[in-house]
Write a protein that binds this ligand. Structure first.
Ligand code: B3K
Ligand code: ZN
Length: 844
């Protein structure tokens, strides 16, 4: 496979002045007729005329009306062209029905839909399929389907045809087409300058009642982007379509967002509170791309974080505004540590702006998205809120309509603030998670914090330079009062000290408040000090963090030293969870323990080889101990957060249910499932039904409920995904592989549907001790399915391979077993470029 390098970028030799596409839809023989106006690009030096194309049957091609015979190769088409403007015309045939990769034009449940990002447009017609080639598209769709949609505004329709025109120049990856017998949930929005926009969510008949929440989320997003970023919507219509078979969450195609149905359809009966929150965030994310991604796009795919990091940052701000800021921050950090840290600390580590790739689809990663967002958060912290707003205004002013780079992005901050961001830019080029060691000194009334930063080597980068790290710190006095409110220390050297004077006594520091940088803090802290912060810190994140560290320490002592649970910590935690002045959602987060995978990393960092069974056992023992220690108040406390009002998916109710469910989990350890059974029977919403089911399964009392759930929901694909995922996720480690084996035999298991595949395989891999079963059966099972899926759907296969990325943490025996499976995958005949690259990188 060929490697592409950032440094090799050159502009395309031609500009595209306009694109006309006509689609004659037919399941296995769709004809795509293109008429494209090209002109030589004055900014280019290389005049090679290469149009990308994959899996296309060329019927005819013409230049300025003359039939031509181009050279066809694996990657596309080359031919001689005039050195003056010319018209390219081509007709190709494609087969959406047999397109199981779900990239390009494909069919899902009888409807036509597209996914072009990153390089899927080349499976639709011959085209310079690169984000820096932007053009104005007019699209005509011919077919008998009731609904035929494309980007932009509708310009006409009649019997068997519809035409769309998108006035905004865009790269081909933002092209979309949808056709099918769909129904819509319509609404309207008036923008800040008074323009009316038609809004629609298009779904399969039967799903109409699951659109209202998504529509509200869309309108909130539109208002928020006007109010917070001054960004107004720019077409007469905005369409969202729900598709069942989709490789990822959703796609921001101009004016026609295509969504995995799991990321838009919602109802209280079928969706959990977390589903609702996630749907709101994804709708916002895709909508926000209209400015950060579409109006201003990326010059090349190395700049992916330019749109993704920024858009994730924006959707996090939105969720923080709509719901609870501290809860959102803590949840984001949990997620970052669970997904991005392992990536950045293992064989798949890559910079936020990578410098090479083989398959760009493998780089839609937590590093690009979530670390990319963290980098923007740091930038905002460093320059301040006002300067951030000024820089963003400048960004939109200066670059509207352009395909940009990280250099352009940083330049607007430099120009808006006068700051030199050369060192800050290392966050984009250096991979790996920095570790910062902290020491303190208290001499003659001066308190000094000294930080030393070090980023361990990562693939291709042995030596790292010191980065700019904003470290938010506050100081508390021994009574628990804050004596120095949050101050951002700007670390720029490898080692640096910051002094605080005027203090009456040695303070207790609260370091990295709000998780002000995506780093690991290495600091020996006594249990007493952590407990003190748990009780007194004014920063919600660090209060949670103190608790998290106590939980980690407790589990480490139990696993490694055979110690019993840390009762002093549990007393402190009890005070927090019983404090009804605190948000239930925050209390629920305090109650959640580190995951088993997180504990494996903690042990590994302590030079202890993690034993998945021992981790599982310790987690069980700790939960059992908590249940016994707190049995006196669990049922009463749970009753205080019961929701009497009719179900609403808002933050307030969701927080209560989330705490209630954490308490139910403990209660179930004492009552053999009685409370869970009662909750299951009474549940009128999916959140309560699913939390009860999950507790019943983990108590070994789930059989009847599992059956009842299936009877109730077998007709609903999205609910059945939960059913599949939960059984394998909650299974006892020794039987998890058997449960997974049984589920893939179930008639409703369908490997062609990415949601279903991920429900089972992802659920299984999340069952840490089950997946890492000593005999290697878990690894072999997963490898079998990756091998089976690769021919059909390379993208979903490659993505799932990342569950092996942490393999070097484990004992040599497990490492050997995993290596054998990775090598088996690698040896599969005709392995896709996607999977090949992933497996090769993981093997290292
Ligand atoms: N931009 C898309 C992701 C495309 C993934 C291509 N493999 C969704 C998003 O980030 O909003
Ligand atoms: Zn995005």
């Amino acid at each position: 496979p060929k490697t592409i390098y950032l440094e090799d970028y050159t502009p395309f030799g031609y500009v595209v002045e306009s694109v006309h596409l006509t689609f004659h839809l037919a399941p296995t023989a769709t004809r795509v007729v293109s008429r494209i106006a090209f002109a030589p690009n004055p900014d280019a030096t290389d005049g090679t005329f290469l149009l990308h194309g994959e899996d296309l049957t060329l019927i005819r091609a013409r230049i300025d009306g003359e039939e031509i015979t181009p050279d066809l190769t694996e990657d596309g088409l080359r031919c001689a062209v005039p050195d003056t403007p010319f018209i390219w015309e081509a007709e190709v045939e494609i087969s959406p029905q047999t397109n199981t990769a779900l990239e390009g034009l494909y069919m899902s449940n009888g409807m036509y839909c597209t996914q072009c990002e990153a390089e899927g447009f080349r499976k639709i017609t011959y085209y310079p399929d690169r984000p820096d080639v932007m053009s104005i598209f007019t699209v005509r769709i011919e077919g008998e389907e009731k609904v035929k949609l494309s980007n932009g505004n509708p310009v006409g329709s009649g019997a068997g045809w519809a035409e769309w025109h998108d006035p905004w120049p865009k790269p081909a990856y933002l092209f979309a087409l949808v056709a099918g017998d769909l129904v819509n949930h319509p609404d309207r929005f008036t923008t800040m300058s008074g323009k009316d926009v038609d809004l629609n969510i298009w779904v399969r008949p039967g799903d109409e009642d699951k659109c209202a929440f998504g529509m509200e989320a869309l309108k909130k997003s539109m208002t928020w982007d006007e109010e917070v970023y001054g960004r107004e919507y720019d077409l007469n219509i905005f369409n969202i379509v729900a598709v069942d078979d989709f490789n990822m969450g959703a796609m921001e195609n101009k004016g026609l967002n295509v969504f995995n149905s799991s990321c838009v359809l919602a109802s209280p009966e079928t969706s959990t509170d977390s589903n609702f929150e996630r749907i709101e965030a994804i709708i916002a994310h895709e909508y926000f791309h209209n400015w950060t991604g579409n109006r201003i796009t990326c010059r090349d795919w190395f700049q992916l974080c330019l749109k993704e990091g920024l858009t994730v940052f924006r959707d996090s701000q939105f969720t923080a505004d709509m719901r609870s800021e501290p809860v959102k921050r803590i949840s984001d950090v949990i997620d970052l540590r669970a997904r991005q840290f392992p990536e950045d600390q293992g064989p798949l580590s890559h910079p936020v702006r990578p410098e090479s790739f083989q398959e760009i689809n493998n780089f839609y990663t937590a590093t690009i998205y979530e670390k990319g967002a963290e980098v923007i958060g740091m930038l905002k912290t460093l320059v301040g809120d006002d300067a951030y707003s000024r820089a963003l205004d400048l960004y939109f002013d200066r670059h509207d309509g352009q395909a940009c780079t990280i250099e352009d992005w940083l330049a607007v901050f430099e120009d808006a603030t006068g700051r030199d961001l050369a060192q800050f830019k290392l966050w984009y080029s250096q991979s790996g998670t920095p570790r910062v060691a902290v020491s303190e000194d208290w001499t003659d009334g001066v308190y000094t914090l000294t930080f030393k930063q070090h980023t361990p080597p990562t693939p291709g980068q042995d030596v790292k330079d010191p980065k700019v790290i904003p470290i938010a710190v506050g100081l508390l006095n021994p009574n628990g009062d804050e004596v120095v409110p949050t101050r951002v220390l700007e670390m720029t050297q490898a080692e640096q000290s910051f002094a605080f004077d005027g203090l009456a006594s040695k303070p207790v520091p609260s370091i990295l408040r709000g998780f002000s940088a995506p780093i690991v803090v290495d600091r020996e802290v006594s249990r007493e000090e952590r407990a003190f912060l748990l009780a007194h810190d004014t920063d919600a994140f660090n209060r949670w963090e103190a608790n998290r560290n106590l939980a980690r320490d407790c589990l480490v002592a139990m696993i490694r030293d055979g110690a019993g649970p840390d009762n002093a910590w549990l007393d402190g935690l009890e005070r927090v969870i019983r404090d009804d002045s605190l948000d239930p959602a925050f209390r629920a987060l305090m109650l959640s323990l580190p995951t088993q995978s997180e504990m494996a990393q903690v042990l590994f960092d302590l030079f202890t080889v993690p034993d998945p069974d021992a981790i599982w056992q310790a987690s069980e023992d700790l939960r059992g101990h908590m249940a016994v220690a707190w049995q006196g108040f669990l049922p009463d406390l749970r009753a205080t957060v019961a929701v009497d009002a009719p179900y609403a998916p808002d933050a307030d109710q969701a927080g209560k249910r989330s705490l209630g469910s954490a308490l139910l989990a403990l209660q179930t350890r004492l009552d053999g499932g009685a409370a869970a059974q009662a909750q299951y029977g009474a549940a009128d919403n999916m959140t309560l039904q699913l939390s009860a089911l999950s507790q019943l399964i983990s108590a070994g009392k789930g059989d009847a409920a599992v059956k009842a759930f299936e009877d109730q929901w077998h007709h609903d694909r999205l609910v059945m995904d939960k059913w599949f995922g939960l059984q394998v996720g909650m299974a006892k480690p020794d039987v998890a592989v058997d449960v997974a084996q049984r589920l893939v035999q179930h008639p409703a298991f369908d490997m062609g549907n990415p949601n279903r595949f991920r429900a089972v395989m992802g659920g299984f891999a999340m069952n840490h001790a089950g997946f890492h079963r000593k005999d290697g059966e878990g690894y072999a099972f997963l490898a079998d399915w990756l091998i089976a899926l690769d021919d059909r759907n390379p993208q979903t296969t490659a993505r799932m391979c990342s569950v092996f990325q942490t393999w070097k943490r484990y004992d040599t025996n497990r490492q050997g077993l995993i290596r054998a499976q990775l090598e088996r995958i690698k040896a599969k005949p005709k392995l896709s470029r996607d999977t090949d690259e992933m497996v090769s990188r993981i093997l290292g």
